[in-house]
Design a binder for this molecule. Sequence first.
Ligand code: NDP
Length: 289
Amino acid sequence: MNVLNGFELAKQCRAELAEKVKKMPRAPKLAVILAGDDPASAVYVRNKEKAAAEVGIESLVVRLEKTTRDELLRLIGKLNGDDGVDGILVQLPLPAGIDENAVLQAIDPAKDVDGFHPLNLGRLMIGEPAPVACTPKGCMKLIHQARRDLTGLNAVVVGRSVIVGKPMAQLLLRENCTVTTAHSKTRDLAGLCKTADILVAAVGKPRFVQADWVKDGAIVIDVGINRLPDGKLCGDVDFDACAPKCQAITPVPKGVGPMTIAMLLENTVEACEAALTGRNIGDITLEEV
Ligand code: NDP
C-alpha cells in the first residue's frame, strides 16, 4: 500500500512554480477577499498568503469584517479592472445573507483562480480549457502518483458539491473513467463504493468510509477535513482500517489539503501567463510558462 504524500508533492509543485515565477517578466499577483470574522477562514487565508510568498506570488489580502453584497461586487469590479491583479479569490463561506453565487459570478472568468465561475465550470463540462477548481485538480495529481492511465476504471465520487464533487467527477470522466457521483440520497452507498477502482470521499463526516466499503487494490482519495473533539484532524475515510486494502490512499492531514493550496498557486501563475500573452488561462500549460 502506497500512502500518497500530498505534503511532499505540494512542496515539489511549489518548488517548480517558484522556478517558473523567477523567469516571468513580473510577479503574478493574487487578490484574496476575506469577508466576515470566521477564524478558520482567517487561518486558510494566512496559509495561502504564506504559500504565495514562498513561490514569489505577490498577494493582496482585503479584509472586510463587516460588508455587504454591493460592497463586495464593487471591490471585485475594481480588481477585475486592475491589470496588475491576475487572480481573484473570495474566501468562502461569506457572511450569512450574502449570495455567494452572485459574488463568485462577478469575478472575471480569466481571473477565476478557484475555478468556481459558471463559465469555467461549463468549460470543464464541455471539455474546453479552463481554470479548474483547486481541490479536484490536486486530487487528480495525487491519483496520477498512483496510476498514469485511468482509462476504463470505475470511479465513485461521494459528494456532489460544486467546489469538489462535481468538478472531480468531470475530471475523472475526462480521463475515461466510468464515474458515479454519490450523495446523501444514494442507495446502498457501501455496495457502490465497493465497485470503485478510484474512490473519492468529499462528504465532511469523520471516518465515514469503512474498510468493508473499499475494493481490494483501490485508490482512495480522502478530501474530508474534520475536527475531532480532541482537536485532532481526521478525514472522511477510516484510514487505519482502509489503508491495508488500498493500492494507494491519501492521509489526513498531509494529503489533499496541501495540494489544494499548491493548485491555487498554479492557477495564479497560469492566469498571469495568460494575461501576459493575451491567451485563455486554460490554454496555458505550466511547461510553457
Ligand atoms: P458539502 O457539505 O458542500 O458537500 C458534502 C456532500 O456530501 C454533499 O453532496 C452531501 O450530499 C454528501 N453527503 C452528506 N452526507 C452523506 C451521506 N450520509 N452519504 C453520502 N453522501 C453524503 O462539502 P464540500 O464538498 O465543500 O466538502 C466536503 C469535505 O471536504 C468537507 O470535510 C470539507 O471540509 C472538505 N474540504 C477539503 C478541502 C481540502 O482542501 N482538503 C477543500 C474543500 C473541502 P447531498 O448533496 O445529498 O446533501
